[in-house]
Design a protein around this ligand. Sequence first.
Ligand SMILES: *Cc1c(COP(=O)(O)O)cnc(C)c1O
Length: 366
Amino acid sequence: MPLVDLTANYRSIRAEVAAAIRGVLQTGAFILGEELKRFEIEFARYCGSRFCVGVASGTDAIALALRALEVGAGDEVITVSHTFIATVWAILRCGATPVLVDIDPDTYTIDVAQVARAISSKTKAIIPVHLYGQPADMQPLIGLATAHGVAVVEDACQAHGATYQGRRVGSLGDAAAFSFYPSKNLGAYGDGGAVTTSRPDVYERLLLLRNYGQKSKSEYLIKGENSRLDSLQAAILRVKLPHLDVWNRRRQQLAAVYKAALSGLGIGLPMTQPDRSHVFHLFVVRVPQRDRVLELLRQVGIGAAVHYPIPAHRTVAYSELSRIHLPVTENTCDQVLSLPLYPELDARTICQRIVPALRHALQISG
Ligand SMILES: *Cc1c(COP(=O)(O)O)cnc(C)c1O
């Protein structure tokens, strides 16, 4: 069985999707049309933020949010190395310098004490990543950022719908970046992304930045990109958004099934902090002999995976960042293992196939 099965999800909403696509095709408005506007209003409302701007991907969402906050050459942006590579790339793409810090070993999210040590006079923004679906510890982070006059951009690409102290991600910082890559908790049928913000100045700049910097026809106020969420994807996301809470609850139920079935095996299970909700974009455990366990699971057809085996500062492409040592990150990357999880997976498959296979793999690899 796969790590994620997108066809099962499609089957559950096929008729609604067909009607939405047909609707867009009939209007002929494929870029920056009504569907996008409606989705932006609905997604902003869902997140509890004032504004939403649809863009072409999660990577663009991070980069454009930074540019909207006037982050550029000479500025430092603090984030984690234990993330999808796009977080780090988006910073470099703006001309800024990523300053990578370690994570909290329980939540896998940014360690706020490390951020405090890394802040300098050049720091312009901090990007906490709500990794695997659990929000980072935002309250002390925002306190620190405010004290230093530094912006906070949430990387919420894995956490659509998750909450921190009762508030949804996307409403916690100066801006937040979302990805609608197909396998995300809220996924399009292609690439897509969005920035949410409650700051009118950031919103106005984002509208320009995603559309060549164009104010009106042939009037370019700033240098902007071509990065828009297209109408077909917006229409599909409008079909899916009303289901998101149900799908997230289902992920949480399946995570509870996993946790009950895996307790007492001496492996690390995901820990949800009491002031947060975790939407389990991924169900990640920690095991000894991880590579061997992964291989054994794959041999019996179980689509386990690793997010992420190599931290950003250890990748070939980012060798200029390799001089740092992040012990928790490096240790985590050697142990984490993602098990299959998606809303349509059934509990029986977890209990009768995946968990027994994992137990067996742990025994023979140990
Ligand atoms: C998916 C993801 C991104 C990038 O999103 P794309 O839509 O693939 O560009 C950025 N950060 C994190 C944490 C992600 O999971």
